[in-house]
Design a protein around this ligand. Sequence first.
Ligand code: HEC
Length: 150
Amino acid sequence: MKRLFSAILLVASFLTLSACEADRMSEKGFSLPAGNAMSGKEAFIYMHCHECHTIVGEELPALVRSEPPFVQLGGKVTRVKTYGELVTAIINPSHKLAKGYPLDVITNDGQTKMPVYNGYMTVQELIDIVTFLQPHYDVFVPQYEYRIYP
Ligand code: HEC
């Protein structure tokens, strides 16, 4: 009986601890101030993001780079691309890889080929780039066809 009790206690404390850990790593409370899309576009070009990225509906200077990875940003998505997701895609690019590309094109040893800019991109530039990118995502609701059987 005593054993069972300590086992329950152990499991309970483990669950509490892991809940705390999850809370600590939560994105809750994350909020970006409004940015400037024009400055975001300038920063995007200045940082040569367009070497690997095209943006739907956006004219960018010609690509300097001639081999992949070429990853399209913006376009039709089935749900809102939150700024949390965009910030993460930029400051922690290997966390969640872009969908729809062969892994060997976009990664090396499981890590994204996207460079990490954290050492020199200012927070303001990050905010502006996200403000610039976000409206290029166009949320659409997929049309399902329902067949009604008589
Ligand atoms: C050397 C090529 C390269 C450069 C330069 C580059 N990226 Fe990327 N980027 C990638 C690759 C490859 C991916 C797909 C893998 C991944 O999700 O990390 C990607 C993914 C992304 C995504 C997520 C796309 C999605 O659909 O999930 C965003 C947003 C992004 N990059 C923004 C930027 C910004 C902003 C810059 C400039 C500051 C930049 N990238 C510079 C290669 C690059």
